[in-house]
Ligand binder design. Structure first.
Ligand code: ASP
Length: 439
């Protein structure tokens, strides 16, 4: 048996979990354990009452990436900017018991933060920006472009940013920011499954509204700096998830956000923030050029981002959707196929014709989890376990920056879209436990 054959998926996952925990440990240790003198303090010296998980030990602060990032980590009460975009958290219900009958995007974000005072003032110095106030599904890619610039601008002076949005497409907000924000400082998405106020924007609170607690915890998490270099995380119901992996699984349940195969990154229990694992990109924390993606939105206009769509696979699906998109000038199509990416015969024929017209495809699965693997050449790229709606965002950004180079698009989908640890010592010129370099 070769070395590669020893690495069954189960073993790779086991190694990955250990490495990720090490990285998370280091991240949390330097973020929380920094003493006021600027040296790496013991875990017990965590500022602002934060308590580390007992599983996190300080010895891993020898990790080079985190030692270097530590130099830039501030201490003391953090400054957090909350950027409001609307959604149910800013929603006004018809009465206090009306959980499903409400108008989203009504309450200004400044009011939502004011309702957390005075308690939130002990956690962080909070300022607000009203980016928009509407349902999440109403945002365009041009507005996403502007949101990224707003987040990066806020992070020039703030220690962390919280973005509130509707939950319907929050995972897309989160992954977009994950792919495009340049700063490694914490970015936390949050929102609510129940509207906040009844009757009017300053009316009484809806019974059991989750928005205030979610916003409070999101500010706490962003201010803790624990998720520095994690990219964007999504926090609802006391749990935080990686933007790439999380998905909304229920239209109404309060615990709608799940990371199906990998689980949560961590959780917020009062002032206790626990980190169970970390996204693989934390391994490049010491190298801003590698940590940030090539998708620097300050360098391109929103109009440079091409139309990219999603087509669903099902029994005897027609090929007209693919043909129609191709004829309309769509440059990229993600297929959410059956099982490991299957398409109907008609869809397959339409895809071949669209490829001939220059359309680039990413093949994903409609199952909600599991991988699609595929060839190393051509214009049909395997999306691995990226969810279709996430693959679409990555494909449109890749098409915008690759400028016709399909091999480059494939490389980005494979590396940035599917980050992996190099578990074979030095096999690809990287030491074991390092993230494979994104080409
Ligand atoms: N329709 C709302 C939205 O996505 C739902 C929510 O906020 O949870 O804006």
């Amino acid at each position: 048996m070769t070395r590669l054959e020893h690495l069954t998926p189960r073993r790779i996952v086991a190694v990955l979990v250990v490495l990720a925990l090490c990285a998370a440990t280091a991240a949390a240790s330097w973020a929380l354990g920094r003493s006021t003198s600027g040296s790496v303090g013991p875990v017990g010296s965590a500022p602002a009452g934060r308590v580390l998980s007992p599983a996190l030990t300080p010895d891993l602060t020898t990790n080079v990436a985190y030692q270097q990032a530590l130099v830039a980590a501030p201490s003391g009460k953090p400054k957090v900017t909350v950027i409001g975009t609307g959604g149910t958290i800013a929603g006004v219900a018809t009465n206090r018991g009306s959980f499903t009958n409400y108008r989203a995007g009504q309450i200004p974000i400044a009011d939502l933060v004011d309702d957390l005072r005075p308690e939130i003032d002990a956690v962080a110095d909070v300022e607000t920006i009203q980016f928009g106030n509407k349902g999440s599904g109403g945002y365009t890619i041009a507005e996403f472009h502007a949101l990224t610039l707003a987040v990066d601008n806020a992070l020039k002076t703030s220690d962390g940013v919280v973005v509130t949005s509707g939950t319907d497409t929050m995972e897309e907000f989160a992954y977009w920011l994950d792919l495009t924000v340049r700063s490694p400082k914490p970015v936390v998405m949050t929102g609510a499954m129940r509207p906040t106020a009844a009757g009017t924007v300053d009316g009484p609170g809806v019974i059991g509204a989750d928005g205030p607690a979610n916003l409070y915890n999101a500010i706490t998490l962003a201010g803790s700096r624990v998720t520095t270099c994690f990219g964007t995380v999504l926090m609802l119901g006391d749990e935080f998830h990686a933007a790439r992996d999380v998905t909304k699984t229920s239209s109404y349940r309060m615990d709608t956000f799940q990371t199906r195969e990998l689980g949560v990154l961590g959780w917020v229990d009062g002032s206790n923030i626990k980190v169970g694992r970390a996204p693989a990109r934390v391994a490049t924390c010491d190298n801003p050029q590698r940590w940030a993606t090539p998708f620097d939105l300050s360098k391109i206009a929103p109009t440079a981002i091409p139309r990219t769509e999603i087509v669903y696979g099902y029994q005897q699906a027609g090929g007209e959707a693919i043909t129609g998109f191709a004829d309309a000038g769509v440059k990229g199509i993600v297929t959410a196929g059956t099982g490991a990416g299957g398409l109907s015969g008609a869809q397959g024929t339409a895809r071949t014709a669209a490829v001939a017209k220059g359309v680039v495809f990413v093949s994903t699965t409609r199952t909600g989890s599991g991988s699609v693997y595929g060839g190393a050449t051509g214009s049909v790229i395997a999306g691995d376990d990226l969810l279709p709606q996430k693959a679409r965002l990555l494909l449109m950004l890749s098409l915008a920056y690759a400028q016709g180079d399909v091999d480059q698009v494939r490389t980005w989908v494979t590396t940035i879209g599917n980050p992996e640890w190099d578990t074979l010592a030095g096999s690809a010129g990287t030491p074991p436990g390092q993230l494979k370099p994104a080409a």
